[in-house]
Design a protein around this ligand. Sequence first.
Ligand code: F6R
Length: 364
Amino acid sequence: GKDGYRHYMEKELHEHPLVIGQTLQRMIDPANRKVVLPDMPFDLATVPRAVITACGSAFYAGMVGRYWLESIARLPVDIDVASELRYRDPPLAHGSLGLLISQSGETADTLAALRTLRQNAVHILSVLNVEHSTMARESALVLGTVAGPEISVASTKAFTAQLTVLACLTIAIARARGTLDPLGEEELVAALLDLPSRAADVFAQGDAIRRMARVVAEARDVLYLGRGSMFPVALEGALKLKEISYIHAEAYAAGEMKHGPISLIDRTVPIVASAPFTPLFDKTLSNLQEAKARGGRLLVFTDTKGAERVSAIAEEMVVLPHVHDFAAPILQTIPVQMLAYEVAVMKGTDVDQPRNLAKSVTVE
Ligand code: F6R
């Protein structure tokens, strides 16, 4: 049941801290605080590159994974949505790592992409929530997200669990490739282990999130912005808003705004930005200032270190605890999903069963 929550989505949003914690428990040895993966049927140290593919939210999790794998493990990464990858016929380096991400393990396009990759001698590692699924059976290795069943059609906790697995996988690959020393690993693991309690802190921001939601609920179009690992968080926020509130939303890498979308900006198009205090904070802030100068209304997710400077320009802001850059996309996802939920509740839509959508897309 819904355990007293109004919708399954609300219940599942509240499971973020638990799910992140359970997923970490599966992948981190508490005694020496190191990532421990199951035995691999291939050598992570020698894969020449990774190909990541998935659909929808799972694809956005993969985009964060690319950011981590490139910057921390120095592994070259290709990424595409499964519906494109399956027909692209790309040249694939023999022995590459194919990273498939899916909550259900049954998504038709992701499964077809898996088969294409496997036929091209790519090692298949799937990040799955349903561990007895078709994709699980066809993978060389499965890393499970310990999210439990997700009933709401809109994905919430499965997404942060996917990010948690990809973060741990990044650490393991980086160690294998010699790009992360023990001290570096300790720092990243500590950042992850801190997440369940920081995630629980997000729920104290309900009032601030609802104030933002009142602005968004009146809009016909909304622009989401983020840079670096916050760009996929913006994409996830825009997808969730479209999916359950039926408000049109687009996400842009903040630096792309001046190449076109800036002409959309006026009082009627609120801008939702994910801008915690990471090394790209100043860059994002200057993009937001440009938007404000053109009459844009800024609704900004930030953290305690970014709050003072954000408050000077934002109409509404949500301040989360400051966490390590590595963990920031996981934490910052939660309020962005909560915003979509609150807007949908205000609009009175069928939150758990949005129109035209199915939980598992098993046809092409
Ligand atoms: C978004 C959403 C969808 C799924 C996508 C992939 O909230 O639920 O975009 O993420 O259909 O589904 P899985 O992960 O089952 O392959």
